[in-house]
Design a protein around this ligand. Structure first.
Ligand SMILES: Cc1cc2nc3c(=O)[nH]c(=O)nc-3n(C[C@H](O)[C@H](O)[C@H](O)COP(=O)(O)OP(=O)(O)OC[C@H]3O[C@@H](n4cnc5c(N)ncnc54)[C@H](O)[C@@H]3O)c2cc1C
Length: 458
């Protein structure tokens, strides 16, 4: 692509047309504007537009397209993939509104609204969205990538509950896309990621859940608890969604005393069946191994961030995600052994139990890939300034260990850039070809640069 104008012409055009701040590398606020949760591989745009609404997004996309420059979007930056080099970065954190319609059980969610805000707004009406483990993650980006939530086995992917999306495409149009209007685009946006334009908001369905039995049980990591969790998940009803996180916790104040310095297995669970049956549902797990710490309780969904209680400070990380047909016990035991205290860097092995409602196509089909997967495995390595050879090697070893049962990748849980053939692995071949056709129809020059881009069909 030829860049036909200088960034200064673009900056002038943008400053005239948008209400939010426009920053360049020379601006004091540039670093703050472009930096989100993920600190590795940050975007390096020529211009950052701090969008305040749909009109700002439309103006920014149109100006970039006029100047034939690439555009990327960032809400909260947990999912940065291929970083933008030059071009226009639209940051949506100022577009953080949420409006609940309790009668229709829906919410209108703006592009930069974090899940925590949607959860709080819905809870006022005894309702809940299909939100995930971390309240700071953007609801829109999460949903565009599918969205494996705390109650996913009962209700399906977040993308399955989208009624309508508002999207700015590179032709400068603001489109309202649903099952009747731009149906192909509607299919692609729900699970295909951010390749097709810049979403300014979405209408989602909410579910009538106000309280759950949720939290975590902590054990020493090892084959016994892994096998117990695997056996427990295999017979689990759809009301039971759980995940296991394995990591070595530092021996420092701030980490609960019972867990300090240990290689732990955290089983995070959200039970949405009758609340008084929650403890019984968890009993097989509690009996399988000594419980080091137990945070399970009946809680309002508004406090659902307590289920995984993930750290919320920005840092650098890379991951290898795998969608598995089954959890091979020998491979899992081997992986736990390799990621124990002798590992000279921090790694986090995350497992989520899939299936249940996630295995069923929604009424209006969407692009979410590999619904038949039984587990999601994510091997994450932490690095301060740049990915390390050791981290990459561990992730590669993990992929080799589970290769026989791997169906593909998860877009949302792929942290760091993916090569095109790796993006392809997130979808069935026909669906990937359909996504590439949709991309070619709405953005033939590939100006919109998603974290995990779908290339336009040649
Ligand atoms: C701690 C943590 C917990 C997580 N928990 C879960 C979980 O429980 N379930 C799950 O499914 N995922 C989970 N994720 C993954 C997460 O959903 C994705 O990384 C998501 O993209 C991050 O949202 P964000 O607001 O930080 O996105 P950003 O990093 O800001 O954006 C990611 C990408 O989304 C696209 N995008 C963003 N905004 C728009 C827009 N308005 N229009 C078009 N495209 C857009 C762009 O391609 C962008 O590069 C988790 C990630 C982390 C780090």
């Amino acid at each position: 692509m030829t860049i036909t104008s200088t960034p200064s012409a673009l900056v002038r055009a943008l400053s005239d047309r948008v209400s939010g701040p426009v920053s360049t590398p020379a601006s004091d606020r540039y670093d703050a504007e472009r930096t989100g949760f993920q600190l590795l591989g940050r975007h390096r745009p020529s211009v950052v537009v701090g969008a305040t609404g749909t009109e700002d997004v439309r103006a920014a996309v149109a100006a970039a397209a006029d100047h034939r420059l690439p555009v990327a979007v960032q809400a909260h930056g947990h999912g940065v993939g291929v970083p933008l080099d030059g071009g226009v970065l639209i940051v949506t954190g100022r577009m953080a509104g949420v409006r609940v319609d309790p009668d229709r059980r829906t919410a209108w969610v703006e592009a930069g609204t974090p899940w925590g805000a949607v959860v709080r707004a819905a809870a006022e009406h005894g309702l809940a969205p299909l939100s995930g483990s971390a309240p700071g993650v953007g609801a829109v980006p999460y949903t565009l990538g599918g969205g494996v939530g705390l109650m996913a086995r009962r209700y399906g992917f977040a993308a399955d509950h989208v009624r309508l999306l508002e999207l700015v495409t590179v032709d400068g149009r603001v489109r309202r896309v649903d099952a009747e209007h731009d149906p192909d685009l509607f299919w692609a946006l729900r699970g295909g990621g951010g390749s097709f334009g810049v979403a300014t908001g979405m209408e989602i369905g909410l579910v009538p859940v106000s309280r759950i039995y949720g939290g975590s049980l902590f054990f020493d990591a090892g084959p016994d608890i892994l096998e117990a969790w695997r056996a427990w998940t295999r017979g689990a009803p759809a009301e039971l969604s759980s995940g296991m996180t394995l990591l070595v916790l530092p021996d420092v104040p701030g980490v609960p005393e019972a867990l300090r310095g240990r290689h732990i297995a955290q089983v995070a669970t959200a039970w949405t069946g009758p609340l008084d049956q929650g403890p019984d549902a968890l009993a097989p797990l509690c009996e399988a191994a000594p419980v080091l710490m137990d945070t399970m309780r009946e809680l309002p969904y508004a406090e659902s961030a307590a289920v995984y209680a993930e750290p919320d400070h920005p840092h650098g990380y890379r991951s290898r995600s795998m969608l598995l047909s089954g959890l091979d016990p020998a491979a899992a035991t081997e992986l736990v052994g390799r990621t124990g205290p002798s590992l000279p860097f921090m790694s986090v092995v995350g497992l989520r139990h899939l299936g249940g409602a996630m295995a069923r196509e929604p009424e209006t089909a969407n692009a979410v890939g590999h619904r038949a997967a039984a587990y999601l495995l994510n091997v994450l390595t932490v690095a301060e300034n740049a990915d390390t050879a050791e981290g990459a090697a561990l992730r590669g070893e993990a992929a080799a260990l589970f290769a026989d049962h791997t169906l593909g990748r998860s877009l949302n849980f792929s942290f760091g850039p993916l090569a095109p053939e790796e993006v392809r692995e997130a979808f069935a071949p026909d669906d990937f070809a359909r996504l590439a056709r949709v991309k070619a129809a709405v953005d033939p020059d590939g100006l919109v640069r998603a974290n995990h881009p779908i290339p336009p069909l040649a």
